[in-house]
Design a protein around this ligand. Sequence first.
Ligand SMILES: [Zn+2]
Length: 270
Amino acid sequence: MNFVSDFKQPEEIKPDSLWFMIHEQKIIVFSEADTASIPEYKILKGNNIIPEHIQYMGTYNEIPCYASEITAIQNLPQCFSLHPPLSLVNEIGVDLVRIAGLAGQYITWSRNHKFCGKCGKLTEDKKDERAKICTACGQVYYPRLSPAIIVAVTRDDRLLMGNSPRFPSKFYSVLAGFVEPGENLEECVKREVREEVGIEIKNIKYFGSQPWPFPDSLMIGFTAEYESGEINVDKNELTDAAWFARDEIPRIPPSISIARKLIDWFIEGK
Ligand SMILES: [Zn+2]
């Protein structure tokens, strides 16, 4: 993705700059004829839209990108509509969906750190880095990032996948979970698999990583092999889990995700 992150806002706002406007985790899209797009600044001005909580994000293909919030949507003209970023892959493409997710991440962070958690006074954007600083006590707050592991566990020619009540629709995916304080990534991988399905694994290998700003994760992917135990599903985490052969893969996540890249890695037999 040709996105260059930067926190220093340019002196002038360019008419063709892209504005990722957030309202309650949804992104505001401009529709014209049959097309939908992330609105440019000239479109905002033409429609008298005044964004709040602005965070400059950087450039995409050298076009400046801004994150902002619209708290009151009652007066939005009809050519604007709200969508969850992940539902817009076909309309605006994977890159802009990811930047829209990042915009949501920055806006949530900016709104939730308006006041200092230590002394309760107002914060402001720090001048020399992406952070908030308390105007009274000087405490600094960085955007929150939640590391999470995701792992493709194989047993002979089968892949372990589970269905979670948190999934937006009835599909299966490889197992994932958040890293806890005090554990390294390999320990986290072992613990998550043990907790969710009760099996032991071996040969944990790094696969790749992916920022997942829905809302603030960094996904760190691994592959691993079955060692011992039988599947015993933790019903608080999953509704079901099973070993799937290559020719019996159920409904799986979209290609934008590292979960899908791990499943494709298995299907392609690498
Ligand atoms: Zn403070």
